[in-house]
Design a protein around this ligand. Structure first.
Ligand code: SF4
Length: 76
């Protein structure tokens, strides 16, 4: 777990090979994540992030498209 991100208010969404972190206060609601991969990022679902629903490379690709830094990852 990345304690630095947790201290900044990020929540952890753990996956088998990659952990995803999200901070709702940083999010700019561009929608890049849900448009980028709806299997991983689905606001109608709880939890809304399922890191194992795509390959590690795909999760990283979508998170790299987040303009705000609200999404972060830690590859295991
Ligand atoms: S891509 Fe980033 S800024 Fe845009 S909605 Fe998703 S988390 Fe928020």
């Amino acid at each position: 777990m990345n304690n630095e991100l947790i201290a900044k208010g990020y929540r952890l969404y753990t996956g088998k090979n990659i952990d995803v972190y999200f901070n709702t206060h940083v999010c700019q609601h561009s929608g890049n994540c849900v448009r980028g991969n709806h299997a991983v990022f689905d606001l109608a679902r709880k939890p809304w992030i399922l890191a194992d629903n795509a390959s590690v490379e795909e999760v990283k690709r979508v998170i790299d498209s987040c303009p705000s830094g609200a999404l972060q990852y830690n590859e295991k």
